[in-house]
Design a protein around this ligand. Structure first.
Ligand code: ADP
Length: 360
């Protein structure tokens, strides 16, 4: 029948949910490809409502409402990030490719002594590309991407965290290959003493560890990626399950230059000289990838602000008359966009990396 693709649990297509659409559409705003709701997803949701025979066995015992919410709010069938969108981080990309993407693409080869752990931790300051890497893994491996922030499991899904975790892993298993990305994983798997842990969070954590244990011992093409700015809060049980732990640091000067060029180039606005770029890179020491993106956005407003100041009306402004973005625009933007990571936070990441990191 028309639902046969669901019975084997692998063939359901989805569009990108609004909640996790990413912001790679252009420097002036968050334009993304607007995938229309596709039929397979509708078919899947209809099936859930009807609880028909085509529903994968693994999902039948779960509340349809939860699965529906996961499909709508957490799942992304088309993560639109590729390795080429991510500046720098060459070594991390190479290792992730070998340890995570190849096994997802070729489970038949990566078994036995070649089998890789299914848990990966990305740690480092905020805004350095951890989520981008998660999406790129899913994108490159043509996997379904599930994004959830660990704090939302306890806040937004009050009282349902445990059920949600169970349902999330079950849906991921039906959508293999799959990547489950848990942001702020420290808030879920922290080493707080049991006396101070709320009973409900303790139960969510236990369920989470059980699920991880389950897919680690099976043959499933599901990878869990945890991201954190606070790796030192993770307990030993969490470290044991997140077998590979990659430090994602602030971008190098070269990577910062790449971000500037890439973002401006996309809009045909790149006219800076090598000397200008060198100067901007010197001035942006300590900026994260996300700070750099904000800086470029602000600087690229320079020509518009100037034209308006000279009396041109916004409705009459012609793009062909606008001057290019200059070093001065960046110097002005630097006053507005300050680095978000303080230098003294960096030492603790390096220390943790030396002790527990995979690339140290
Ligand atoms: P994290 O998950 O580490 O907090 P994200 O991956 O969500 O950070 O990055 C936030 C934004 O910052 C991205 O959408 C992108 O615009 C920009 N960014 C961060 N790191 C990089 C990078 N290495 N290359 C290109 N853009 C980056």
């Amino acid at each position: 029948n028309g639902n046969s693709s669901l019975s084997n649990g692998t063939n359901i297509g989805y569009s990108t949910p609004n909640s996790i659409r990413s912001n790679y559409g252009g420097i002036y705003g968050s334009l993304t490809s607007q995938n229309a709701l596709d039929d397979p997803r509708k078919r899947f949701l209809d099936l859930l409502r009807g609880r028909g025979d085509g529903l994968p066995q693994k999902l039948r015992s779960l509340e349809p409402r939860l699965i529906e919410q996961i499909s709508n709010e957490i799942m992304d069938g088309d993560p639109n990030v590729r390795w080429d969108d991510i500046a720098g981080l060459h070594h991390a990309k190479k290792c992730v490719n070998e340890m995570v993407i190849w096994p997802l693409l070729r489970p038949d080869i990566f078994k036995g002594c070649r089998s890789q752990g299914r848990g990966l931790l990305l740690f480092g300051p905020p805004g350095t590309g951890k989520t981008m890497i998660g999406k790129a893994i899913a994108g490159e491996a043509k996997a379904t991407f599930f994004y959830i922030s660990a704090t939302s499991i306890t806040s937004k899904w009050i009282g349902e965290g445990e059920k949600l975790v169970r349902a999330l892993f079950a849906v991921a298993r039906c959508r293999q290959p799959a990547v489950i990305f848990v942001d702020e994983i420290d808030s879920l798997l922290s080493q707080r003493g049991s006396y101070s842990e709320l009973e409900s969070s303790r139960r969510i954590k236990t369920q989470f560890l059980i699920e991880m244990e389950g897919f680690d011992s099976g043959n499933e093409q599901v990878v869990l990626i945890g991201a954190t700015n606070r790796p030192q809060d993770l307990d030993e049980a969490a470290r044991r399950r997140l077998t590979k732990r990659f430090y994602i640091p602030l971008p190098s000067s070269e990577a910062r230059a790449w971000i500037i060029k890439n973002l401006l180039d996309k809009e045909g606005l790149f006219k800076l000289s090598t000397k200008d770029i060198d100067r901007i890179c010197k001035l942006t020491e300590g900026y994260s990838g996300s700070d750099m993106t904000n800086l470029v956005k602000d600087a690229s407003m320079g020509p518009i602000r100037e034209a308006l100041k000279q009396g041109t009306e916004i409705t009459k402004l012609k793009t062909e008359d606008m001057r290019p973005v200059t070093l001065q625009d960046f110097e002005d933007a630097l006053k507005e966009v300050r680095p978000s990571v303080s230098p003294n936070q960096l030492g603790q990441y390096e220390q943790w990396n030396n002790q527990f990191g995979s690339l140290s």
